[in-house]
Design a protein around this ligand. Structure first.
Ligand code: HPA
Length: 269
């Protein structure tokens, strides 16, 4: 049976000759990694059957196929967030299309608030584990051809890719943090009491994305790497210093070059 995922995948194949096995999802303010993809085929989401438009600030809406350094990759410049009003099926649709396109490895990035008091704005955190406060995107009838009804979540974030990230960071002279990413729906940032609660629960950073895509990627059996750029810190909050979406995008933008260099090194076989 041809599914909506197949229809989108078949259309995409008519627009690019690349058949990558690695995909990258670019988070808020991090879309400029896409500028480093050479010999690129750019496909606007609006051209792709069943794809939605991305409305969030700091997010363009393109699929980009091309070479990152020498490795063929597919990148999503702009993702879909639950807070934009999309269903979880819509938020995660592109990941299922990726699976249909033959993607086996997913690198996801996001802008996140720092909960761990040791973190500073501009730090980059490798996601080692997560806590999900969003609805689970796998609720509903299981798509048995894609994965199991009850997927294992003990080993979501690839150890091998985490090791590779540290090695790449050492080459660049950058130190990467590690930690647990908490996802909530947004669009509100946390109250001080909520940041404290997430800290008590074991969270190091909090954001409004990533986990839906990661859960679906895990369901499809992909190898996963996640990275948060810390764009604001709970410990810095005060009456005069509050959370602001523009500051978040600016802080992510400053980290984007380093993240691009890291990802370049990580995708090289
Ligand atoms: N909370 C939730 N999402 C975020 C934050 C935050 O502090 N910063 C960037 N995205």
């Amino acid at each position: 049976m041809t599914t909506l995922f197949d229809q989108a995948a078949e259309y995409i194949k008519t627009r690019t000759k690349y058949r990558p096995t690695t995909a990258i999802i670019l988070g808020s303010g991090l879309g400029k990694l896409a500028d480093s993809i050479s010999e690129a085929d750019i496909i606007p989401y609006s051209d792709i059957p069943h794809f939605k438009a991305s409305t969030a600030v700091g997010h363009k809406g393109n699929l980009i196929f091309g070479l990152l350094d020498r490795t063929p990759v597919m990148a999503m410049q702009g993702r879909f967030h639950y807070y934009e009003g999309y269903t979880m099926q819509e938020v995660t649709f592109p990941v299922r299309v990726m699976s249909r396109l033959g993607i086996r490895r997913l690198l996801v990035s996001n802008a996140a608030g720092g909960i761990n008091p040791a973190f500073a704005v501009g730090d980059m955190m490798i996601i080692t584990d997560h806590i999900n406060f969003m609805p689970n995107p796998l609720i509903g009838k299981n798509i048995d051809e894609m994965g199991p009804r009850f997927p294992d979540m003990t080993t979501v974030y690839s150890r091998a890719l985490r090791k590779r990230a540290h090695a790449a960071a050492a080459e660049l002279g950058v130190t990467l943090r590690e930690g647990v990413y908490v996802a909530e729906t947004g669009p509100t940032y946390e109250t001080p009491a909520e940041y404290r609660m997430f800290a008590m629960l074991g969270g190091d950073a909090v954001g409004m994305s990533t986990i839906p895509e990661v859960i679906v990627a895990r369901h499809c059996g992909m190898e996963i790497f996640g990275m948060s750029v810390i764009t604001n810190c709970a410990k810095d909050l005060s009456e005069s210093c509050q959370n602001d979406g523009d500051d978040v995008v600016r802080a992510a933008d400053r980290a984007a070059d380093t993240m691009t260099e890291l990802f370049k090194r990580m995708v090289n076989e």
